[in-house]
Design a protein around this ligand. Structure first.
Ligand code: ZN
Length: 143
């Protein structure tokens, strides 16, 4: 048992190389921490679906970190609702994206980004189950 959920630790969901490199405090507020716990509990379902370790590259981002990454101020990463990850022992990002899309996991958004990683977000009210593929040509909504 890790400290946020069965499979995920606080560090995995809050670590930011950019924050570390620039001395930015990327600690979540108590409200955001509650959301991170929910996000981690939902990610447990993804971990169990894939059956292999999930490697998170970006979870919570404070505004400063998010802006440095060139992400929009409306990003769900700011709210502790979104995570970017890979699961290389399961397959490439497209295979991971397809497996989650086919599952009954109640995500809010599932995005295959630049064929390089998968972004997934969760909201307590249930999710829209919106699936998008983003590449250098733009955004495509998929079913
Ligand atoms: Zn993301």
């Amino acid at each position: 048992m890790k400290n946020l959920s069965k499979y995920f630790s606080f560090r995995e969901l809050t670590f930011s190389k950019i924050a570390e490199d620039h001395g930015i405090d990327n600690a979540p507020t108590p409200d955001i921490l509650e959301k991170l716990k929910y996000t981690a509990s939902q990610l447990d379902k993804v971990r169990e679906l894939l059956g292999k370790p999930v490697n998170i590259s970006s979870g919570y981002r404070c505004l400063q970190v998010n802006r440095r990454l060139g992400s929009k101020d409306t990003s769900q990463h700011l709210k502790g609702e979104a995570v970017d990850f890979k699961c290389e022992l399961f397959g490439n990002p497209k295979q991971v994206f397809d497996a989650i899309k086919k599952s009954n996991i109640q995500f809010d958004q599932l995005i295959l980004e630049f064929n390089s990683w998968v972004h997934i977000s969760f909201v307590k009210e249930g999710g829209r189950r919106e699936c998008l593929i983003i590449d250098r040509f733009g955004v495509e909504r998929v079913k």
